[in-house]
Design a protein around this ligand. Sequence first.
Ligand code: 5AD
Ligand code: SF4
Length: 447
Amino acid sequence: MKPQSSPKTYRVKSFGCQMNVYDGERMAELLGERGIQPAPEGEEADLVILNTCHIREKAAEKVYSDIGRLVKAGNKAGKAPLIAVAGCVAQAEGEEIMARAPAVSIVVGPQAYHRLPEMLDTAANGGRATDTDMPAIAKFDALPGRKKRGPSAFLTVQEGCDKFCTYCVVPYTRGAEISRPFAHLVAEAQKLVETGACEITLLGQNVNAWSGEDDKGRKTGLGGLIRTLAEIDGLERIRYTTSHPNDMDDDLIAAHGEVDKLMPYLHLPVQSGSDRVLKAMNRQHTAESYLKLLEQFRAVRPDIALSGDFIVGFPGETEAEFEDTLRIVDEVRYAHSFTFKYSPRPGTPAATMEGQIAAEVMDDRLQRLQARIAHHQFAFNKASVGKTCQVLVERTGKLPGQWLGKSPWLQSVWFESPAAIGDLVEVTLDEAGPNSLMARLRQTITV
Ligand code: 5AD
Ligand code: SF4
């Protein structure tokens, strides 16, 4: 069955990190410019973009099974969709995808998706197009302006990674670290606020490695960018993710104590609490230097909520080394965390290291780590009861009259008074659960 020539509707399926969500939105905006509309809920789209993630295993198999499912659905509907594979699997395995999956018309890497429109022309004429180049020039310049979104928006400020942690594919799939220019970011943030955002999360694989020149030509880091963005009227909340401990500078730490709009939340992955494992991971920091850094944040912002990423079962990890990870979790008392079983990624140094850990051991360690993290998360939520804080309303709840928003500490907060999506409301936190809190509305704040 031939794909239909010019797609009229699209669907973007984004997997993985928030940067993929951001890229998915930008691709959608590009398609919108061409008059291609989002496919109505429940209907097959003419064009499907699989915006993939390669960070852990089975990513490629998942893509092939998604392609198979799309082809089957297309056969049933009597019209095959145009299929584009984007994101990090496209970058890492583009050629193989083209060879193995004839149903795929477009393979486009994360640094090349501004070229989607011309690639679509090729595909609509029955051709196939691949672009996995990683040019240093910003694709961002070629993208259209931002469109209306919800109250909370993402803004990619930095991409790529030069750290080469031995387990990680990101330096290979996203390329070297590049920072977007200051003026472009301020302009995009202003546009996001004009179109309804009152919270912006700055994104980057190493977001705190961002550097640029401000409007006066002075070299500035993420702290300086945040201070400038905080001057935008109508922008009420600023967040950033994900950071590397070694790229933290004094100005960014100080900003947490000085900029009210910068939310009291820090996602700072540590991965392991064992110095031997950290060294084998090439993290270039120790458990102690990480803890010292957190103390600096707590000194300027005592209520800061901390969050981390952890990998269990890195090659060679002993029981005692795993217990070091449990210890660091107890010491930091994280408000939230992401836990992963080590997954060997082809082409990374750790994949061929000795001492790969058995699946049962990894499962057991993951469960124990998750239990410890859940304990501290619940404790953090319980300690929040009685606080009065602002909540940004993001959606309606499951029950009628119920609303869900986020506290400054990124907790999910439920309340049952009249509100609207995008409202910033003041609430008192009444009751804590393991994953969320119940609150009472005090007042709605007009932004
Ligand atoms: N296996 C398991 N987890 C990984 N991460 C990155 N690469 C791997 C891997 N090969 C995790 C790290 C990182 C997060 C985004 O994903 O914890 O911080
Ligand atoms: Fe991957 Fe390490 Fe870079 Fe994070 S800092 S993206 S874990 S290589």
